[in-house]
Design a protein around this ligand. Structure first.
Ligand SMILES: [Zn+2]
Length: 87
């Protein structure tokens, strides 16, 4: 099973325990779940409210990981909850 690091807490986990974020050209963030993965750099995050809240409050962290400026993270937690059962 492949292993990735969470972009929020840096803990290494198997990919099935993580969700994936991809930056879209319009500054929105795609979250793994119901729709096919778009092209672009991805960042993994624990399925954890703590980790998502951290990214929501620190957009620069996600911008750095995804190498795109101006990402909008204000509704990240709600978006993540809609796709995954968060701890
Ligand atoms: Zn994490």
């Amino acid at each position: 099973m492949p292993v990735r690091s969470c972009v929020a807490c840096r803990k290494r986990r198997e990919t099935r325990e993580l969700m994936l974020f991809v930056a879209l050209p319009d500054g929105k963030i795609w979250i793994s779940g119901s729709t096919p993965r778009p092209d672009g750099r991805g960042a993994s995050c624990c399925k954890s409210e703590t980790c998502v809240k951290k990214l929501e409050g620190q957009p620069a962290r996600l911008c750095r990981a995804l190498r795109q400026s101006g990402l909008r993270t204000s509704n990240l937690l709600d978006m993540a909850r809609a796709q995954h059962d968060l701890d």
